[in-house]
Design a protein. Structure first.
Length: 246
């Protein structure tokens, strides 16, 4: 059975529905499969609330969907718990509501206005009244990794040399240095997002599927079946090949 993996969504509900349509068409030809979303449901895009509700309700209704924990989704739920709390991996000069992070757009999708221009206590009070607790609990309960079809799916990456069961959540949600520059094998092929690139890319030991939906790029989906990786497009499956040795 094939496994599908969708990259970082960042509040683009229209793009999410589009790739789910691609998956439905592919399943009609190849049979059912599980769908893994590698996180970053929220921030920067216009419809984070719709994305979270759609995925939460789909899973509650029995869809074979997996949604992974990620740094942006973690920033959202941390703010909802206590706006004074800081994620230890976030740069000291940034906050979730900083324009570079995009939390204000997430709150706007829930009906919280002018989140970047009002006292944080008032913004938080509005958010507590408008963001469904079911959405917060859903994001908080997401797993940080998933294994299927001989592949490990995470949001950001893994720390080399550490078994997936012993990886820290901070690394699984945030890592770049030490992972992206590692050219040796991992315990399995790693499929991840978090680091925006132009198109899904197979590096041999990992596959990055964050094709910059947060910055105006497309939302990408890959298919893993019998050890092969394919980029799923409107023209069908396109083999995603690692670089040739030598």
């Amino acid at each position: 059975m094939q496994t599908y993996a969708i990259g970082d969504i960042h509040g683009h509900f229209d793009l999410l529905r589009g790739v789910h349509d691609l998956i439905a068409d592919d399943m009609a030809r190849h049979g059912a499969g599980q769908v893994v979303h590698v996180g970053d449901l929220v921030d920067r895009g216009p419809a984070s609330a719709a994305v979270v509700e759609y995925l939460r309700c789909g899973i509650e209704a029995g869809q074979d969907w997996v949604v992974l924990r990620s740094n942006h989704d973690r920033l959202f739920t941390t703010f909802m718990a206590d706006p004074a709390l800081r994620d230890p991996c976030l740069r000291a000069d940034l906050s979730w509501l900083h324009p570079k992070i995009g939390g204000a757009e997430t709150l706007r999708s829930y009906g919280v206005r002018s989140a970047g221009d009002r006292p944080i206590e008032k913004v938080h009070a509005d958010a507590r009244g408008l963001v469904p607790q079911a959405d917060v609990e859903f994001l908080n309960s997401r797993p940080a990794w998933h294994r299927a079809n001989g592949v490990i799916f995470v949001h950001a990456g893994v720390r080399p040399g550490i078994a997936i069961e012993h990886q820290s959540e901070d690394d699984l949600c945030w890592i770049r240095a030490g992972f992206l520059d590692h050219d040796g094998p991992f315990e399995a092929l790693i499929v991840h997002g978090h680091t925006a690139i132009d198109v899904p890319t197979h590096y041999g030991n990992r596959v990055n599927i964050d094709s910059s939906a947060a910055y105006g790029g497309p939302l990408s989906v890959v298919v893993i079946e019998e050890g092969e990786v394919f980029h799923l497009t409107t023209a069908g499956r396109v083999p995603l090949q690692p670089p040739q040795a030598g």
